[in-house]
Design a protein around this ligand. Sequence first.
Ligand code: MN
Length: 206
Amino acid sequence: MNKNKTASAAPHMLPALPYADSALAPVISANTIGFHYGKHHKGYVDNLNKLAAGTKFAELTLEEIITATAGKADDAAIFNNAAQAWNHAFYWRSLMPKGGGEPPAALKLKIDAAFGNLDGCKKELAAAATTQFGSGWAWLALDGGKLKVVKTGNADSPLTKGMKPLLTIDVWEHAYYLDYQNRRADYVSAVLEKLINWEFAAANLG
Ligand code: MN
């Protein structure tokens, strides 16, 4: 089953980081990556495997589990861990050393159409990331062919709203507290200017 999917069913693996743990410094330190990837992300994957083992979810891909459990109170634990496993894998790929700069042309056209220009897009992303109350995520997503900036709380993602995520910024405190303490806006601004991976977002336009 799931022949056309790259994602596989349980046991779910912690995907390799797409760069060295020190590659995003000084914007995000190796210390932060060590905890964030090695403890938090790994914890979600490990918990998901424990929760899915021997259940009707054991044969499903991450995306299938997320879709099947979204909004169901009885499945909150497996949803949270599956969605966080997906969100973190997506977050690492949304960043790159020497990121920022100009998006590829196909994405730039859509950004200009939706936000006026790249600056408008970055402002909306920064606003979503800094105003998300408590833990969550800021996203650039495709909603019926149009680009949209959305924010989600805790483990939620645009996948549960029928949108296609293009990139994300983690705004849980564990993403920035070791490097920026309470200065979430400084973390977000540095990520947008120096790390955001527009090539990844453009590839997700698919
Ligand atoms: Mn995180």
